[in-house]
Design a protein around this ligand. Sequence first.
Ligand code: HEC
Length: 181
Amino acid sequence: MGKDPLFVNKVAGAVIGAGLIAMMTGFVSGKIYHPEMPETPGFAIAADAAGSAPVQTAAVPTGPVEIGPLLAAADIESGKKVARKCTSCHTFEQGGPNKIGPNLWNMVGAQPAAVEGFRYSSAMRGMEVVWDFEELNKFLYRPRDYLPGTKMTYAGLRKDQDRADLIAYMRSLSDNPKPLP
Ligand code: HEC
């Protein structure tokens, strides 16, 4: 009998071995791939990213910076020059006439849509804030984003320093300039 007496054992061993390898592979790959499955860990990371999103948006320059800190060092004379961008539609002096837009004397701290004799859009008449430094800052950055429906067809002032200088100039156009924030 030339038969290998251990043949059956070898075959059995090979089968069991293969089974073991398959089991271990499954076991190991289960361990390896488990963290990449979209279960709780992935969800937690996503929630984390969403939670930190406001911080990221604040860091990206997609909107106006806070104007308060820039006002203290703002230059009123330079603001007067910036205001030339507005004079095709606005007058700034006390008692000045309304043009395409209303007269802008004493606008800082004023109620929106309150200049006599000017026909405002319903959007501006419906505003529920006063024109404090930050509201003017946001409005002047991009008027039609700030107030959809406004009649002010002006693209906006993107340069922070220009807005700060201009708002400082507008603040000075009053018998009682509002205190700086
Ligand atoms: C193309 C004309 C035009 C230009 C340029 C323009 N504005 Fe206006 N502005 C308007 C009109 C029109 C309104 C009224 C908006 C409404 O009724 O929705 C207005 C409204 C305003 C108001 C609100 C007034 C209130 O009584 O509530 C402010 C503040 C203002 N403009 C500031 C400025 C400044 C500062 C500039 C220059 C950087 C400027 N505007 C440039 C047309 C203009």
